[in-house]
Ligand binder design. Structure first.
Ligand code: UFG
Length: 341
């Protein structure tokens, strides 16, 4: 029997590569489309090395309707996982049109082609950013979304709405939005991981680069939050655990296990961790120092956000498995691998 084939857009990127590996491990066929605007083809080679399969890769921008149409014409897909998007919050404020084009325009293209070719299942990469600073924590899927504080955040809300409305309008289409909390870590093989271009915006890549001596010191953005140690709380989810959530979501759609035709799930650990706790744990498990200084708060940051994962646990039968310690080891192993340390 032919294995169901999944189109994974943006799968040369951080979460996409890990998801491609898990999909292949679960028996799916995978076709990767990525424009390599924020990634490198070597990441696809990492997927091939881990899985031992010659994974199909097409270099194309999802805004290029002709190129994308060819991919749909040449393959029969059971579903699409759409990662392709730009993700720098600060840049999105400077260049909103780039974000609306890359994140919203490309999503509409993919849905349009799914409709045209009768591809029934879409898993969309959403984000905990849709919650802003929730009034009540942990955030459940029913927690009201807050007005977005950046164009990037707004694209996640708009794409969720586009998917919901499209599912409502087109009987052949099912959708799942996965709201990721803070993905961190790397594959245990250290063959794939996060490859930020330039100075990292996110905490863990900044920590690993500081530990590797590429950055002088980490700036901890604010120690005057209303938390135990004064630094902000987040829910850090291992990227392989997160990748597995996609496999479960796709399986639920293909096997007909959905309760509604459009569903939303939080994907996190359910455990809040402060910035300093994360730095200290990283130092302890890896036996390396991370010099840091406390600086002012970063504009746009929320104080605390973490997930209520009950729905994903009970409905998807998925839960985070890796400990923070294990995950931070994989993050450091990956940094050492790419730096040849
Ligand atoms: N932080 C530092 N120093 C750094 C980088 C981050 O102290 O150099 C802190 C941040 O202030 C925050 C925490 O570490 O408290 C996590 O920061 P990240 O940038 O790693 O993650 P965010 O929670 O800010 O970002 C996440 C997603 C984004 C999303 C954003 C919206 O990565 O995609 O939430 O809140 F847009």
């Amino acid at each position: 029997m032919e294995r169901p084939k999944i189109l994974v857009t943006g799968a040369a990127g951080y979460i996409g590569t890990h998801t491609a590996v898990e999909l292949i491990g679960a028996g799916y066929g995978v076709v990767i489309v990525d424009d390599l605007s924020n990634s490198d083809e070597s990441a696809v080679d990492g997927v091939r090395q881990i899985t031992g399969r010659d994974v199909a890769f097409i270099r194309a921008d999802c805004n290029d309707m002709e190129a994308l149409a060819r991919v749909f014409e040449q393959n029969e897909f059971s579903g699409v996982i759409h990662f392709a998007a730009s993700k720098a919050v600060g840049e999105s404020v400077e260049e909103p049109l780039k974000y609306y084009r890359n994140n919203v325009g490309s999503f509409v293209n993919v849905l349009e082609l799914m409709k045209r070719h009768g591809v029934p299942n879409m898993v969309f990469s959403s984000s905990a950013t849709v919650y802003g600073q929730p009034d009540v924590l942990p955030a459940t899927e029913a927690t009201p979304r807050k007005p977005a504080t950046s164009p990037y955040g707004n694209t996640k809300q708009v794409c969720e709405d586009i998917l919901r409305d499209s599912v409502a309008a087109y009987p052949g289409l099912n959708g799942i939005s996965l709201r990721y909390f803070n993905p961190i870590g790397a594959h245990p093989s250290a063959l794939i991981g996060e490859l930020p271009k330039g100075v990292p915006n996110n905490l863990v890549p900044f920590i690993t680069q500081t530990a590797a001596g590429i950055r002088e010191e980490l700036s901890v953005f604010g120690d005057d939050y209303n938390t135990e140690d004064g630094t902000a709380l987040r829910d850090y989810i291992d990227v392989v655990d997160l990748a597995k959530a996609h496999v479960v979501a796709v399986g639920r759609m293909i096997d007909g296990g959905m309760k509604e035709r459009y569903e939303v799930f939080n994907i996190g650990t359910g455990k809040p961790v402060s910035v300093l706790e994360l730095v200290n744990t990283f130092e302890r498990v890896n036996g390396v120092k991370v010099p840091y200084k406390i600086v002012g708060r970063r504009a746009g940051d929320v104080e605390s956000v973490w997930a209520d994962t009950t729905l994903a646990n009970t409905e998807l039968g998925w839960q985070a498995e890796k400990t923070l310690e294990e995950t931070l080891r994989t993050a450091w192993n990956w940094e050492k691998h790419i730096r040849g340390l």
